[in-house]
Design a protein around this ligand. Sequence first.
Ligand SMILES: Cc1cc2nc3c(=O)[nH]c(=O)nc-3n(C[C@H](O)[C@H](O)[C@H](O)COP(=O)(O)OP(=O)(O)OC[C@H]3O[C@@H](n4cnc5c(N)ncnc54)[C@H](O)[C@@H]3O)c2cc1C
Ligand SMILES: NC(=O)c1ccc[n+]([C@@H]2O[C@H](COP(=O)([O-])OP(=O)(O)OC[C@H]3O[C@@H](n4cnc5c(N)ncnc54)[C@H](O)[C@@H]3O)[C@@H](O)[C@H]2O)c1
Length: 470
Amino acid sequence: MKKLTADVVVIGVGTAGMGAFRNALLHTPNAYLIESHVFGTTCARVGCMPSKLLIAAAEARHHALHTDPFGVHLDKQSIQVNGAEVMQRVKSERDRFVGFVLEDVNAWDESRRIMGAAKFIDEHTIQIDDHTQIHAERIVIATGSRPVIAPEWQALGDKLIINDDVFSWDTLPESVAVFGPGVIGLELGQALSRLGVKVAIFGRGGALGGITDPVVLQQAIEIFDEELDLHLSSQTEVALNADGKVAVNWSQNGENGTFVADYLLAAIGRRPNVDNIGLENINIERDARGVPIANPLTMQTSIPHIFIAGDASNQLPLLHEASDQGKIAGDNAGKFPHITEGLRRSPIGVVFTNPQIASIGSRFAQLQQKHGDDFANKVAVGEVSFKNQGRSRVMLVNKGHLRVYADKQSGALLGAEMVGPAAEHLAHLLSWAHQMNMTVPQMLDMPFYHPVIEEGLRTALRDVAKALNS
Ligand SMILES: Cc1cc2nc3c(=O)[nH]c(=O)nc-3n(C[C@H](O)[C@H](O)[C@H](O)COP(=O)(O)OP(=O)(O)OC[C@H]3O[C@@H](n4cnc5c(N)ncnc54)[C@H](O)[C@@H]3O)c2cc1C
Ligand SMILES: NC(=O)c1ccc[n+]([C@@H]2O[C@H](COP(=O)([O-])OP(=O)(O)OC[C@H]3O[C@@H](n4cnc5c(N)ncnc54)[C@H](O)[C@@H]3O)[C@@H](O)[C@H]2O)c1
C-alpha cells in the first residue's frame, strides 16, 4: 500500500470537487484529488449539457410541426427525425463540453490525481481502493449523487435505464416509460416525446416538476397533460415481457391500463453518494438521510477539518450551487483553521421544459411551513396568467401562470413560482431583485419595455402591490 501525506484531499472530481481543489491550491500545493469513475463531471457528461442538447433537438421538431397558426404551412410528412443524427449531435456537442473540463483536469499535476474509490478509515485517513492511503490534515467530500432505483426494477436488467444511458444511445428508441415527473423525468420525457418517441410518465401524489404552489401546479398539470401521457398519482406494477419489453401495469382513479416500452427510465430522485465512503468509521453528525450536516456558509461539517460540497451535501443539488459550495469548501480546507463564510446566492431553479418551470427565493411550501395558519397575515400573493399576456399571445406561447410572494409588513420580495414563457429569464430578474432585498414598489420603479413578456411580471407585481396596500 502506497502511503502519502497531504494538507488537503478532495474526494470526487465533479464540479464541486474541481472548484474545491482549485481553491485549496491557492493556499497549499500539497493537495490531492481522487476520482472513482471518470473525469468530465456529471453536468457536462450526463446531466445539464446533454439534456439541454436533446431538448434543443426536440424544440426544433416541435416548432416545425406548429407553424400553421401563423399562416406558414409546412408539409408535415417531410418533417422527419433521424434518431442517429439527433444522438450524434447530442454526443459530439457534449464531448466538446467535456473536452473543456478535461483540459482543466489535465492542467493539474498528474501525480496529484489519483484514480480509485476513496473511503474514510478514520478522521484523517483516506484509503483509495487497496492501493493508496493518504493521511490528510483536511478533507473535502464532493462525491456527487446517483439516481434512486426502486428494488423491484432490478429484474428489468438492461431495460432499466438512468440518465447516463440516454446519453449513450446511438439512436432513439421507440418507447420509454418514465418514472418520476420531477425535473429529470419531465425534461427528458417531454424531449423524447417531442422527438416522436412514445412516452408515458408515472408519478406519485400528483407532484410535477417540483412545483409547490397549488395554483401554479394545477396550471402546469393542465398544460403538460395536453401533450404528455401523464399518470401523476398512479399505482404501478412493472414486469419484463417474454419479448424483452417492459410492461407497466398502472391504475389511477379507477382507470387502469398497460404501457409497454423499450425501457424504464428511473428519475424518481437522486441520493448523495455518502453511503459508501466509510462515514461509519468517523463520528460525523448526519441528517435523517445519513448525509453529513454542514454549515451552508462555510460547508464545514461537525468534524472541523472535514468539509462537504455539491450534490453530496444534499443542500441544493444544482450546478451553480455545486460550484459555489466547492469554492467555499476548498478555500476553507486550504486555509484551515482560519475559515470564513462564503457567498451564497438567492435560490433559483429552472426546469427546461416547454413551457419552462421556475422558482426563486422561498417556495410557496416553505413559506406555508414557516407561517402556518398565519400565512395570509404575513404573505401577500400576486399573480398573472400568461393566457392574455400581449407578447406571449403574439408569439403563441401564451400558456402559464406566475405567482409572486411578498412580505406583508416590509413589501420585500420573498419568492416566486411559475410555469410559462421565458421563465428562465423572469426567474433571473426576480432572483436578482430578491438578492438585492428589493421591495415590490422598488421593483415596479424599474424599466419595463413594450411589448415584452416581462410586462406579465409587472402585472403580477402590481397585483401583489395591491395586496400589500389592502
Ligand atoms: C440529467 C441531469 C440534468 C441536470 N440538469 C441540470 C441543469 O440543467 N442545471 C443545473 O443547475 N443542474 C442540473 N443537474 C444537476 C447537476 O448536474 C448537479 O447538481 C452537479 O453536476 C453536481 O456536481 P457535483 O460536483 O456535486 O457531482 P459530480 O459532478 O457527480 O461529481 C462527483 C464525482 O465524485 C466521484 N465519486 C463518487 N464517489 C467517490 C468516491 N468514493 N471516491 C472518489 N470519487 C468518487 C464521482 O465519480 C463523480 O465524478 C442535472 C443533473 C442531471 C442528472
Ligand atoms: N434543470 C435543472 O436544473 C435540473 C435538471 C435535472 C436535474 N436537476 C437536479 O437533479 C435532481 C434530481 O432530479 P429528479 O428528477 O431525479 O428528482 P426530483 O426530486 O426532481 O423528482 C422526482 C419525482 O419522482 C417522484 N417519485 C418519487 N418516487 C416515485 C415512484 N416510486 N414512482 C414514481 N414517481 C416517484 C416524485 O414525486 C418527484 O415528482 C433535481 O432535484 C435537481 O436538483 C436539475
